[in-house]
Design a protein around this ligand. Sequence first.
Ligand code: SF4
Length: 333
Amino acid sequence: MRFPLHITTDMIVYQLRQALRGNRRYPFVLMLEPLYTCNLACIGCATERHTGKLQDRLPVEVCLQAADDSGAPVVSICGGEPTIYPELPELIEGIIERQRHIYLCTNALLLDEKVFGLVAPHRRLTINVHLDGMRKTHDYVCAREGVFDKAIAMITEAKQRGYHVITNTTIFKETEIEEIEQLCKELFALGIDGMLICPGYQYQSVDRDIFLTRDDMHEKFKRVIEISQRYRLTSTPMFLEFAAGLREYDCSPWSTVTFTPNGWKGPCYLIGKTATWSWDEFWNETDWDYWESRQDTLCQNCAMHSGFEASVVRGARKNPRDLLRLAAWNFLG
Ligand code: SF4
């Protein structure tokens, strides 16, 4: 099975409940960014996501209130680098108490000091390690030597300790797809439980020419589709087809809501047009029709899974063939 049974059933029950309430839009994932402090300054990262001060981090109770307000069944703890967050064990415990599933998105550099031995493996906890290529590429993207080797050592140890581990790879303009296939080979040999591959998004605060044009993206993701026949990728086949230009979707920015040291970020994980501490204001006053339509110039080259994986699910509900394909991908994959 692609996703563990308890995650799949929780997601199905959650969607059924939302449908019974007549809700068309609802969050699937809370991107919780408790701090904007990082121990790296990766070249493709939004500047604001790694230059914040530790003392400006969110208190645990504020993070848990955000989890309650959003109601999302999945909480992705990111940032910044969440292993730097001093109250991480308490935060994870509070989210698990709320019966949510956690993806801990990390560069893995501090897993041995801040997670192993302090946060026990749990069926609701998945460690999600950022890896953008093999050693040379990943260390270049992270602007520091040794990051790849440490991440591989931490993935190996995490699997030995019994954690559920996936990885997350962003494809940039210079990324060679052969290298991504090599990365898949090495990571799956270590026993990882899944791998997410997505195109990079050009943040306004990043001025380097490393991001994919639409044509580049289509070409590279056609190759990623071939890789997905051989390795257990976590991105759905329809999302990969969308990234390869083989199908179209509206965006579902409301499916992945983002809470940051500045409050709720709107309209989406990528674009910060608005910030408010009020969930009701964020949810009720964001113009979802406009952002779903992708007509904004900032949406032109975007194919982020945070915006479009929920669109795949929405689309499959209306198309029995896609629904069967999605079920087979998850249950038989
Ligand atoms: S298309 Fe991308 S940038 Fe635009 S709202 Fe959706 S996720 Fe955000």
